[in-house]
Each structure stands twice: as structure tokens, then as C-alpha cells.
Write a protein that binds this ligand. Structure first.
Ligand code: NAP
Length: 531
């Protein structure tokens, strides 16, 4: 793949176009590396000349980089490049395509630590979790590389003699990939790897909070050998770049992960053009703890699920539904453990919980704390984390105390709405049946978990939870890439990522009949013995 300029190298001010109307920064500001859009195998500037900065959420003074504010015109350029690359890429034998994915996976392995550190710096999750995020990208690259030699179709008997019947998968065309910031490497890989191995080309728009993570991925994809135009990166806002991708008549598939509100808007607009749309949206995930549960194990799972990634996972646990008989000992454990969590920058080895992604996210959490104070009883947290801790000034970032409310009722707002922060509601119920009702009483349906020693109850939960993912004696997070991932109800629109079923989003089925009888054979007619 030809690279006119590596994205990690600053774009010189001499190349800059006029500073646009909505530019937030003049290019002359020194020392901030400026990164390009990646279109047709070249690193280029936005036609608008606008840029925006990405900042470290643990330290707002730390500018990670300066990125292009892409526009509809840039999307049009990227779509043209993706269309131009399509015939060559779809004609490349699938095993060869898989080998490029494999090389990309190997490069991610090689650069894992660098990628993880860059991710922690840009979006705040603690380093051990950032490594896990990169690892998910690696896992899906290797899984999908294998699909280059698999991508099974069916070969089935025909109802007529001397006739064969089979089905094959075919690429659809240009795929628009629109992703959130909370898994800034895993989620783009979950989408791009199956899209590419099946012979599609991609226009990728990352979240505006994580353009650097996306840029690093695009660099490695270029190095792995994806031909120019197969992968195109356009940074910029959802309303400018995202909208243009959704509206482009030449983008046939939209694969979107983000909030339910944005997903609905995208689905409505894409429907007018009959586009295929895969949506992975919000969640309000619950862990059920029954009286016979191992409470220490349950406490570990709840803490990890509620406060990992500072509660900013689509699978995060934000509701604990506990059988009344064990509510007090469970709350005692949760409170003690939540108080002991250490807040700080994710790059510090001592840190358990990093910052929230941006100030708007922290303000949203604060608004829900006000709601929670009216609805339940605050037992820990409930406020911004400030001041010096462990030698670090929390005032420099957007930190928030891990928070737990008790005496919350299933239909309270804090038990119904996605807060996307470190806020946990404890709901007490009399028995399993009431727990099941409460768990299912939500418009979302992503992940659910149950802690119990009773195998019969565990199997009932596996069957009855209205979620796409169920965990038994484990928290709500921790999906593996070789199983389908996604949710029901307003968490999505029926598609799944990961696993071999991910290919369904990016392929059309073609059914093929080969008649070698040498005569006209009429299906449903000539095979009938009577009538
Ligand atoms: P978001 O605000 O919906 O943004 C997601 C992406 O959509 C971003 O790239 C955003 O761009 C873009 N976008 C915004 N408006 C758009 C528009 N009008 N047209 C096209 N694209 C548009 O979500 P988020 O805050 O980044 O992510 C958090 C949400 O994602 C949570 O609800 C979480 O549950 C969900 N999530 C779901 C899963 C899952 O698999 N189910 C996984 C992870 C996260 P900008 O950044 O430029 O605004």
C-alpha cells in the first residue's frame, strides 16, 4: 500500500489549506502532531482545512494529537476510493485476503503495548483493559483471517436428477463503519475484519474522542498490505462525516455501534435507501444474586462489571438484583470494595478506575446522581473525584467516584436509563421469579448474569433472560470473539458481531443451480409422482 505520509508524522503547515469556518485551532500551534485522513492509500488533509484536538481525559492539558475535521466532500472522496478498490479486492482470492488480515493481526501483536498505551492516553481506560481491547482486535483479525479459507456455504442435494444446488457468500460493496470511543480498537476491528475478508471495501469513521486510536489502526492496516482504497479513514464529527456516510448512495452497508438514539436516526435514514444496517446499541445490564450464591465471587464480578472501564461499557452492570435474604451482606461487601478502588490515570499501575471520557459524560453522570438521590439511597460515591491522590491531581481529568445506590426500584429512572458511568443500583427482590421480572423490565437486552449454586435455576436463567448474552457465575462483561455478540430489544436490530455469524452483515447469499441433465427439468413439477 502506498503511503505518501505516515499518519504519525505531522502534516506541515505549508500544506495546510485555508482554516475553515468551524476550525477550532490554527495550524501554526507547534508541537502537536497533526494527522491526516487516510484515503486511497494516501494521508491527506480535509478539504475543509478544519482540525480538532484529541485530549487525554485523565489530564486535559495533554493534547494527544490534532486531527482532520472531515466533511461530506471528504466522505465522497473516500467512497470513490473504496469503489475504485472494490473490483480488485473482491477478485482477490479469499485465502489471500485472509493472509492480509493475518499479517495485520501479527502487527497488532507486535505493537500491542504501544497501541494499548496510546489507547489509555486517549480514552482513559486502565492499561490492563486497554491491552484487552487490543487483544480483542487481534483475536478477531485471526478469527476472520481463517474465514478466508472457510466462509462456508451449503452444497445440498437437488430434488431433480443430474442437478446440483449450492449457495455462496458474496461481498456487498462499500461498507460504512461508524464506531464509538469506548472500545476504540476492538470495535472497528470487529467490523472491518469480517467486511474485508469477505471482499468488501471500507470507509471508517471513528468517534471524535478517539481519532488517534483509529489512525494507529489505519497505519497498521496499510503496513499489513491492504491495497490502497480498501480501507479509508475519515475523522470528523458524526453530523458531518457520519451523516454523509449514511446518506451516500454508494455505501451499501452501515455497521454502527453507539447509542440507541443515534442508531435509531441512522436506521431511519438508511431505510430510505434500503441499506443494510447493523446496529449495536445501548444496554442496562443486570446481575442477579440469589441467596445461595457465593457472595465473594459475586462481589468480584459485580465490581469488575460495574466499574471496569469506569462503567463505560455497553455490557457494564448497572443493576444488581439481589434476593432479600442476602442484601445486607452483599451491600456490605460492595460498599467496602467500592470505597477501596483507586482512581487515577490509567497508565499508573496502581489505578483501578480511570476517568470518564469527557466533561459532557461527567455532567450526564451528575444529572443522574440527582435523580438517584430522589429515587434511592446513596451509600458510596455520588460526586466528582477531586484533589491529589497517589501523587496525581485528579482535577486535571474527568474523574468520578464509583457510586452505589440501594433501595432502588426496578422502574426507577436510574434502573432504566443508560447512565454510562460508574453508577450501580441495588434492587432487592423476594425471590428468583421477581428477579427475572426485574431483569427483563427494560427496553435493552444485551447482557445478563446470575450468581447461584442451583443448576436448575441457572438453566432457567439461560432460557428466560431477555438478553443476547447470559453469564452464569460471572459478571456481565467478558465476551469472546468466536461467539456471536449483540443484544435484543433496543440494543440492536437483530444482527450480531463476532463469531462466524458476523459474516451475515457483510455478505449476500447467492444460490446456484447447475443442471447437467441436458434437458428441461422443472422444479416442483417434474419431480412429482402424481397430479
Ligand atoms: P454515539 O454518540 O451514538 O456515537 C457513536 C458514533 O456515532 C460516533 O462515531 C459518533 O461520532 C457517530 N455519530 C454521532 N451522530 C451521528 C450521526 N448523526 N450520524 C452518523 N454517525 C453519528 O455513542 P457513543 O457515546 O460514542 O458511545 C456510547 C454508546 O455506545 C453507549 O450507548 C453504549 O452502550 C454503546 N455501545 C454499544 C455497544 C454494543 O455492542 N452494543 C458497544 C459499545 C458501545 P462523534 O463521536 O463524532 O459524535
Amino acid at each position: 500500500m502506498s503511503n505518501s505520509r505516515l499518519a504519525s508524522e505531522p502534516i506541515s503547515t505549508a500544506l495546510a489549506g485555508p482554516v475553515g469556518r468551524v476550525a477550532r485551532h490554527h495550524r501554526a500551534v507547534p508541537a502537536v502532531p497533526t494527522h491526516g485522513l487516510f484515503i486511497g492509500g494516501e494521508w491527506v488533509e480535509s478539504v475543509s482545512g478544519d482540525t480538532f484536538d484529541s485530549r487525554n481525559p485523565a489530564d486535559r492539558l495533554d493534547v494527544v494529537g490534532r486531527f482532520q475535521g472531515g466533511t461530506a466532500a471528504d466522505v465522497a472522496r473516500a467512497v470513490r476510493a473504496a469503489e475504485a478498490a472494490l473490483p480488485g479486492w473482491r477478485a482477490t482470492p479469499a485465502p489471500r485476503r485472509g493472509e492480509v488480515l493475518y499479517r495485520f493481526g501479527q502487527l497488532m501483536v507486535e505493537h500491542k503495548e504501544r497501541l494499548a498505551r496510546a489507547m489509555t492516553r486517549e480514552m482513559g481506560k486502565v492499561l490492563v483493559e486497554a491491552r484487552g481491547d487490543v487483544q480483542e482486535g487481534i483475536d478477531i483479525a485471526f478469527l476472520m483471517a481463517g474465514e478466508g479459507r472457510r466462509s462456508f456455504g451449503d452444497t445440498v442435494p437437488s430434488e431433480l436428477p443430474d442437478k446440483w444446488a449450492m449457495s455462496i457468500r458474496q461481498p456487498i460493496g462499500v461498507v460504512g463503519v461508524i464506531t464509538p470511543w469506548n472500545f476504540p480498537m476492538a470495535i472497528p476491528c470487529w467490523k472491518m475484519m469480517p467486511a474485508l475478508v469477505t471482499g468488501n471495501t471500507v470507509v471508517f469513521k471513528p468517534a471524535s474522542d478517539t481519532p488517534h486510536c483509529a489512525t494507529l489502526l489505519a497505519e497498521l492496516m496499510a503496513e499489513a498490505g491492504f491495497p490502497p482504497g480498501t480501507v479509508n479513514l475519515v475523522t470528523g464529527s458524526g453530523t458531518d462525516v457520519g451523516d454523509a456516510i449514511v446518506e451516500s448512495p454508494d455505501v451499501q452497508v452501515i455497521s454502527f455501534t453507539g447509542s440507541t438514539a443515534t442508531g435509531k436516526r441512522i436506521a431511519e435514514r438508511a431505510a430510505r435507501r434500503l441499506k443494510r444496517v447493523s446496529l449495536e446499541l445501548g444496554g442496562k445490564n443486570a446481575i442477579v444474586v440469589l441467596a445461595d450464591a457465593d457472595l465473594d465471587l459475586a462481589t468480584d464480578g459485580i465490581l469488575w462489571s460495574a466499574f471496569g472501564t469506569t462503567g463505560q461499557r455497553c455490557t457494564a452492570c448497572s443493576r444488581v438484583i439481589v434476593e432479600q435474604a442476602v442484601v445486607e451482606p452483599l451491600i456490605e461487601r460492595l460498599e467496602a470494595r467500592a470505597r477501596a478502588l483507586r482512581l487515577g490515570p490509567g497508565l499508573e499501575p496502581e489505578t483501578d478506575v480511570g476517568p470518564l471520557i469527557n466533561e459532557a459524560a461527567r455532567e450526564k453522570v451528575e444529572r443522574y446522581i440527582e435523580v438517584g438521590l430522589r429515587e434511592g439511597e446513596l451509600i458510596v460515591g455520588g460526586q466528582r473525584a477531586t484533589g491529589m491522590r497517589g501523587g496525581f491531581d485528579l482535577d486535571r481529568g474527568q474523574f468520578f467516584e464509583p457510586t452505589i445506590f440501594r433501595n432502588v426500584k426496578p422502574m426507577d429512572r436510574i434502573a432504566q436509563e443508560e447512565i454510562f458511568g460508574p453508577v450501580l443500583s441495588v434492587i432487592a427482590v423476594p425471590d428468583y421469579e421477581a428477579a427475572l421480572v426485574a431483569l427483563n423490565q427494560t427496553r435493552y437486552g444485551l447482557s445478563g448474569a446470575i450468581y447461584t449454586q442451583n443448576v436448575n435455576t441457572a438453566f432457567r436463567a439461560m432460557r428466560d433472560f431477555e438478553t443476547g448474552i447470559v453469564y452464569v457465575n460471572a459478571g456481565t462483561i467478558g465476551a469472546e470473539t468466536h461467539l456471536p455478540f449483540g443484544g435484543i430489544k433496543e440494543t440492536g436490530n437483530g444482527h450480531r458481531e463476532a463469531g462466524h455469524v458476523a459474516l451475515d452483515t457483510y455478505t449476500e447469499w447467492k444460490s446456484i443451480y447447475v443442471d447437467f441433465s441436458g434437458r428441461l427439468q422443472r422444479a416442483q413439477i417434474d419431480n412429482q409422482t402424481s397430479g
